[in-house]
Design a binder for this molecule. Structure first.
Ligand code: GLN
Length: 207
């Protein structure tokens, strides 16, 4: 499915590249016609129109973002409206509040949610399921790897998808608040670019 989208988009989308599945996001975004950039420095962040925070390990991402002097610039950009898409650990980085974080764990914030880390872990570590996602036609095959879920969301947060079966049924796993999009699962894994397309559309003002 990748590469079937029409036209280049005149924006630069960065992927925070301190840890996690950076390459997969760069590849998917590139296939949709965006200029892509791996972001490790504040100067690189400064030239991005939009940003993806990849899946990986949020505690490591937090510590590295801090030691690369990226945490404050990231907070500034998200707060001032830069379109931002976080997947899995990236969703945790965007949450205003964490449940089951490690001692002192900080986030970038921007999403008025409480996210629960490793939320599915008690039942099952990693799994795949088909989800209905608001704004995407048909179902989305979602890959969950030690994933968080959205425990609680403020009134500005739109829930785009929930788990609809099993013990975790009812928990939100895709949300949007203004220019910020986040999923508990990994749309960067596999060949389905529709969630990234949704983000590109958000970033170019088409959604
Ligand atoms: N459990 C991880 C964390 O807390 C997230 C897992 C993932 O991104 N696949 O950051």
């Amino acid at each position: 499915m990748l590469g079937n989208y029409s036209g280049a988009v005149a924006i630069t989308i960065g992927v925070l590249a301190v840890q996690g599945d950076v390459r997969e996001h760069l590849r998917t975004l590139g296939s949709l016609g965006a200029d892509v950039l791996a972001v490790r420095r504040p100067t690189e962040l400064a030239v991005c129109d939009a940003l993806v925070l990849p899946g990986g390990e949020s505690t490591t991402m937090w510590k590295l973002a801090r030691s690369f002097d990226l945490l404050e610039p990231l907070r500034d950009r998200v707060k001032t409206g830069m379109p931002t898409f976080g997947t899995c650990a990236g969703m945790i980085m965007l949450a205003d509040r964490i449940a089951d974080g490690v001692e002192g764990q900080e986030t970038i914030g921007g999403l008025d949610i409480t996210v629960r880390r490793n939320a599915f872990g008690r039942q099952v570590d990693s799994f795949e399921t088909d989800l209905q996602v608001r704004g995407v036609e048909g179902s989305v095959h979602a890959v969950f790897i030690r994933a968080p879920w959205v425990e609680e969301a403020g009134p500005e947060v739109e829930v785009l998808a929930r788990i609809d079966e099993g013990p975790a049924s009812g928990h939100a796993v895709a949300v949007r608040q203004g220019a910020v999009l986040a999923t508990s699962f990994h749309p960067e894994v596999g060949e389905d670019g529709r969630l990234h397309q949704m983000f590109v559309d958000m970033a170019t003002g088409r959604r």
